[in-house]
Write a protein that binds this ligand. Structure first.
Ligand SMILES: [Zn+2]
Ligand SMILES: [Zn+2]
Length: 237
């Protein structure tokens, strides 16, 4: 949506879209221009009804891996493929500290068919990592989603208690081992609750699986994963 104020602001204080370099037409609330923002397509292909992994056939409702071993969460929703403008936006927020992107990105999540819940929990960072990075991008996105959906944000319900090596470039089994017991949940904050667990990017799902396992162990009734982006399996990309 473009307002007169946006147009005036852009005449007097032109600001460039960080993705394409052209003048951003709505810089007041989103540094990314309309054309780049609209290029973030919502994924609409077939997915596994539990873990959300894109599937080749629309006739498969649950993937082989979930049939073999059911994940500790009940469902996963994600906005789009981890590529293009969505990927760049997440990078700008996460690594370049463009914090005001957390609002439009949080609003993107609110466009998903998010189920009713008692609390929203962002995947936490280890306190030491949080100190270095100064903010948890997932918590910023979760706060905006919480405000939009009027579901309370349950900060500190889930904590990261063990620093882990980066998950990038290691296979799923090793990723699971890497994050095993790295989190701790507070039973009084999660017990009997329907929870939404928020993450920015899902790659193999090892982190959100482990977080869900810990939340369920602490007495949560149900955990649904809500993510901005998901890496596409090789056969689909
Ligand atoms: Zn642009
Ligand atoms: Zn699955």
């Amino acid at each position: 949506m473009n307002t007169v104020l946006d147009s005036l602001l852009n005449i007097f204080f032109p600001s460039r879209c960080p993705l394409c370099g052209s003048n951003s037409d709505r810089a007041r609330y989103n540094p990314i221009c309309t054309s780049c923002w609209d290029s973030m397509g919502k994924y609409s292909g077939p997915v596994c009804g539990i873990c959300g992994i894109p599937t080749v056939s629309s006739f498969t409702t649950v993937c082989g891996s979930c049939i073999k071993s059911r994940p500790p969460f009940s469902g996963m929703l994600f906005y789009g493929a981890y590529e293009g403008a969505l990927k760049k936006s997440i990078h700008l927020l996460k690594f370049s500290g463009v914090r005001r992107l957390s609002k439009p990105l949080g609003l993107l999540l609110s466009e998903l068919p998010v189920p009713e819940a008692d609390g929203i929990i962002p995947v936490p960072l280890h306190p030491e990592r949080l100190r270095q990075r100064e903010f948890n991008q997932t918590a910023l996105i979760a706060r905006n989603l919480s405000q939009k959906l009027k579901i309370p944000l349950a900060l500190n319900a889930l904590m990261k208690i063990k620093e882990t090596s980066p998950q990038t470039g290691i296979p799923r089994t090793e990723r699971l081992r890497n994050v095993k017991n790295a989190y701790s949940a507070s039973p009084e904050k999660v017990s009997g609750r329907d929870l939404l667990l928020i993450d920015d990017v899902i790659t193999t799902g090892a982190t959100v699986s482990e977080c869900s396992r810990i939340l369920m162990k602490a007495g949560a009734k149900k955990v649904t994963i809500i993510a901005l982006a998901r890496s596409m399996p090789k056969q689909l990309s």
